[in-house]
Every structure is written in structure tokens, then in C-alpha cells.
Write a protein that binds this ligand. Structure first.
Ligand SMILES: C[S@@+](CC[C@H](N)C(=O)[O-])C[C@H]1O[C@@H](n2cnc3c(N)ncnc32)[C@H](O)[C@@H]1O
Length: 195
């Protein structure tokens, strides 16, 4: 088991506190997701699944690497959501099987984001969409905080200093939409298409 999985297994009980902070961004994110036509949607790293009720339109499959997080997610789930314990970097689904892949606050915590994005590409149908919500180090005063916190952020199994363009696999997708979330432009919604 990786140190990161171990971390989420131990601290899953604290995640509802993080959730309070993330809720406003998620509302905007799910507004975007729910505007998309019906399709098969895979969410990688569902966490505790507290956001499952926000999904309105799609057939949802969720995966999560941490057994503790997944157990909570199962309680927040319903019979129409399929959940599996899997590593997003080594997924067992057939290629071209999803219309949408969602990464909500996962890309900067994954051990190997390059592998994660290559899996997203493999699983998406041509024309399928990759929807990412995350913090990205902005070009404002917050970059100094990110740099400072980067020395400690490993303790929390995330990368505080995080630039999407540093992950080469993202070049396999076409950026369709970028929504910069206020205040401070620290969080963004990025919507990519698999050509
Ligand atoms: C910061 S939480 C985000 C949870 C949820 N997506 C949200 O937006 O609240 C990151 C989650 O991703 C999971 N995770 C990290 N790396 C993963 C991987 N390679 N495969 C599957 N899940 C992963 C962690 O266990 C954790 O539950």
C-alpha cells in the first residue's frame, strides 16, 4: 500500500472538514458537468462521495484507491452508482468505455499524474471529455505561499506547487474551456477533449 493510500485511510474521518471548504467550487463544477449530454461518466478518486447527490444526468462509475474513503463513499451512494476500489493509474476498464472522466482534487495528489492522465486518455471515447477541478499555482502572490507550503505539502500527500503544463500527458488532450474561480484565481475548472 502506498504512503498516500495509507494517509487517506487514516484521515478519511477528517475529510468532511475539507469538504466544507471545497463546496462552493464543487457547485460550479457540477453545474458544468450537468450541462453535458447524457453519457457514461467515470470519476477517479471519489473520496467520501459526499458530492454524489450533485450528479443529475449521467451513468456514474466511481473508483477510489483508499478502502476507508470508499467505505464512506458507499454510504453516500445510491444503487445507480457503481463503485470499485482501484488505482486510477492502473485501471481495469476497457479502452474507449467512457464519455466523461472527472478528476476533482485528484490530479495534484496522485503519485503519478502522468500515468493517471494516460489512463484517462485510454478510457475516454474519441471526443470524450476530461473534467478537472483543482488548485493550480497562479501567477499572483499565492505562488509564494505555494512555494513555501511545498516544503511541507508532502506530509499531506499533495503538491502545493502545481502547474498543469508540467504534466506532459495533458498535451494529448485539447483544452476546450477554462473557468478561473474567484477569489484569488487559485482554483480552476479545466475541460479537455480527447481528439
Ligand atoms: C483530495 S481527495 C478528493 C476527493 C474527491 N474527489 C473530492 O473532490 O472531494 C483525493 C482522493 O483521491 C484519492 N486518490 C489519490 N490517488 C488516487 C489514485 N491513484 N487512484 C484512485 N484514487 C486516488 C485519494 O484516496 C482521495 O480520496
Amino acid at each position: 500500500m502506498s504512503a498516500q493510500t495509507n494517509f487517506y485511510n487514516r484521515f478519511s474521518f477528517l475529510y468532511p472538514l475539507v469538504d466544507i471548504f471545497l463546496k462552493p467550487q464543487k457547485k460550479k463544477f457540477f453545474d458544468e458537468i450537468n450541462q453535458l449530454p447524457y453519457g457514461n461518466l467515470l470519476e477517479i478518486g471519489v473520496g467520501n462521495g459526499s458530492h454524489f447527490p450533485f450528479y443529475k444526468n449521467h451513468k456514474i462509475t466511481g473508483i477510489e484507491i483508499s478502502a476507508s474513503m470508499l467505505n464512506v463513499a458507499k454510504k453516500n451512494s445510491n444503487s445507480e452508482i457503481e463503485l470499485f476500489q482501484m488505482n486510477g493509474e492502473e485501471l481495469e476498464f476497457a479502452e474507449n468505455s467512457f464519455d466523461y472522466v472527472v478528476l476533482s482534487h485528484v490530479i495534484a495528489v496522485a503519485d503519478q499524474p502522468e500515468k493517471l492522465l494516460m489512463q484517462c486518455r485510454r478510457l475516454l471515447k474519441p471526443g470524450g471529455k476530461l473534467l478537472i477541478l483543482n488548485h493550480f499555482t497562479p501567477n499572483n502572490w499565492l505562488k509564494y505561499l505555494d512555494r513555501l507550503f511545498n516544503f511541507f505539502s508532502g506530509w499531506f500527500h499533495l503538491k502545493s506547487l502545481f502547474y498543469m503544463e508540467h504534466i506532459k500527458a495533458i498535451n494529448q488532450f485539447k483544452l476546450e474551456k477554462e473557468i478561473v474561480l474567484k477569489p484569488f484565481s487559485y482554483f480552476k475548472i479545466l475541460i479537455f477533449t480527447k481528439p
